[in-house]
Ligand binder design. Structure first.
Ligand SMILES: C[S@@+](CC[C@H](N)C(=O)[O-])C[C@H]1O[C@@H](n2cnc3c(N)ncnc32)[C@H](O)[C@@H]1O
Length: 242
């Protein structure tokens, strides 16, 4: 996956879809907080961390693809060629401030905060028994899997077992955050087609319950603008049983 093409295709405009996603993350991260957050399969995108960065002391950002990690590192280091997340940051702050437009300096401050809270960029592999390939921590206060595990296979059984492995990295009373495509047959970028699991909200509820998690929040965002899926499901829950 080409990191720049992915970002330019999906995030160059803060359209209705991105606004809905950013609102959902603002809501989720207004509730959860703690020491450590693992973003698993974060790709080249930091949009899901804009509201989360304030709430966690340390963020480990992981992906399988080295080009994606290089893009995030480039942004963290303020390189000119890196993707500009400021419009997404501005919108997230607008939501967090109850629809008050943030000052430009607040956007810069939040950008710097996210950059500083990302303490490690890690290579991960969902198909390995050792998801973070001997790096990172054994356990995290929160683990986020946004559009990763449902976008690397079309096999629902495999999706469940990959999530089950990842959910084990959440500490007791910690949090699991997940975003998936709704009713997806596939997803594509730049005419390249990738697999996706066909999921409904019941699948997400079962996933949380079957792995000892409560479901604290679940939102379905429908969208008719994509041919191969019907929208998005975003949820989070707390680990109540080991
Ligand atoms: C649809 S993208 C999601 C990226 C990002 N989380 C987002 O919301 O935009 C799927 C991501 O899964 C990553 N990926 C592919 N194979 C993987 C694997 N075996 N383990 C972990 N991540 C993988 C890709 O590199 C890609 O960044």
């Amino acid at each position: 996956m080409d990191a720049k093409t992915y970002l330019n295709t999906l995030f160059s405009v803060v359209d209705e879809i991105n606004q809905s996603l950013l609102r959902a993350y603002a809501r989720i991260y207004s509730v959860i907080n703690g020491e450590t957050l693992l973003e698993f399969g974060g790709g080249p995108a930091v949009f899901s961390l804009i509201s989360g960065a304030v709430r966690f002391q340390e963020i480990h950002f992981s992906d399988y693809d080295q080009g994606c990690l290089a893009e995030v590192l480039s942004w963290k280091n303020n390189e000119e060629k890196s993707f500009n997340w400021d419009k997404c940051i501005e919108y997230s702050l607008y939501v967090e401030k109850n629809k008050e437009l943030p000052k430009p300096v607040e956007v810069v401050e939040r950008r710097k905060l996210i950059q500083s809270r990302i303490s490690y960029l890690l290579t991960c592999d969902a198909f390995s028994d050792n998801l973070l390939l001997n790096s990172g921590y054994q356990r995290y206060t929160a683990v986020a899997n946004n559009f990763c595990l449902d976008g690397i296979t079309s096999d629902k059984g495999l999706w469940k077992s990959l999530n089950q492995k990842l959910m084990k990295l959440v500490s007791r009373n910690g949090w699991y955050v997940t975003s998936t495509l709704l009713n997806a047959r596939s997803w594509s970028i730049d005419e390249k087609i990738y697999p996706a699991v066909f999921l409904k909200s019941e699948d997400i509820i079962d996933l949380f319950k079957n792995n000892g998690f409560s479901v604290e929040y679940l939102e379905v965002i429908t969208s008719s603008s994509r041919e191969s899926y019907d929208g998005f499901i975003i949820a989070f829950g707390q680990k109540i049983l080991e």
